[in-house]
Design a protein around this ligand. Structure first.
Ligand code: VGL
Ligand code: ZN
Length: 197
């Protein structure tokens, strides 16, 4: 069984949003078109409280700079995907009616959560792996935003959890901060993620 995992196709990651990814909305139509090819569709939603530690505004720091946290490096971001805000809503053209499951992540104010499987401490699970296993799903295809952060971390964790993972690059867009896209593509290749055009 195979699932399409649609990462963070939310207003704040699309043009006009708080952490806009270039052409982030350009992937909505292709993602909608592929949903019918899968046994299950899972949507993830970045979902932060306003006091989240990843917000530069809460650290007195510069957006897009990096600080150290007990669990590792943390990029400081503009406030984004605040729980219940318009920015946290899915892009209005995304076919959410087709989703079997919506999984939210990043609601712990003290830990970021790029991956759909684990918080950035790499140990606190979101529950997604258990859901997929119970549905006997083995093959995962990743699309969405952003290639070099939440898509990459999710796909790498998927392989660690024993799933096969493919990223369809044409249905993803990247933030590309200081070479982060190339680094993420290499890390995915090294981890055994299949990268499709
Ligand atoms: C993401 C940065 C901060 C993403 C989420 O969805 O890739 N990036 N929060
Ligand atoms: Zn976030």
């Amino acid at each position: 069984m195979k699932a399409l995992i649609v990462i963070d196709v939310q207003n704040d990651f699309c043009p006009g949003g708080k952490l806009a990814v270039a052409d982030g909305d350009g992937i909505v139509a292709p993602i909608n078109a592929m949903m019918g090819d899968f046994d299950a569709v899972v949507l993830t939603q970045d979902w932060h409280p306003s006091d989240h530690l990843s917000f530069a505004s809460n650290q007195g720091g510069e957006a897009f700079s990096t600080i150290k946290m007990p669990y590792g490096a943390q990029v400081l971001w503009p406030d984004h995907c605040v729980i219940g805000s318009d920015g946290a809503a899915f892009h209005p053209a995304l076919n959410t009616a087709h989703a079997d499951m919506v999984i939210r992540k990043g609601y712990n104010p003290a830990v970021d959560s790029y991956s759909a499987f684990f918080e950035n401490d790499h140990v606190t699970p979101t529950g997604l792996a258990g859901y997929l296993r119970e549905r006997v799903i083995t093959d995962l295809t990743f699309v969405g935003l952003a290639t070099d952060f939440c898509v990459a971390w999710s796909a790498i964790d998927a392989v660690k959890e024993g799933f096969s993972a493919t990223v369809i690059q044409s249905a993803c867009r990247a933030i590309d901060l200081d070479g982060s896209l190339d680094a993420a593509l290499s890390a995915m290749r090294d981890a055994g993620v299949r990268l499709d055009a």
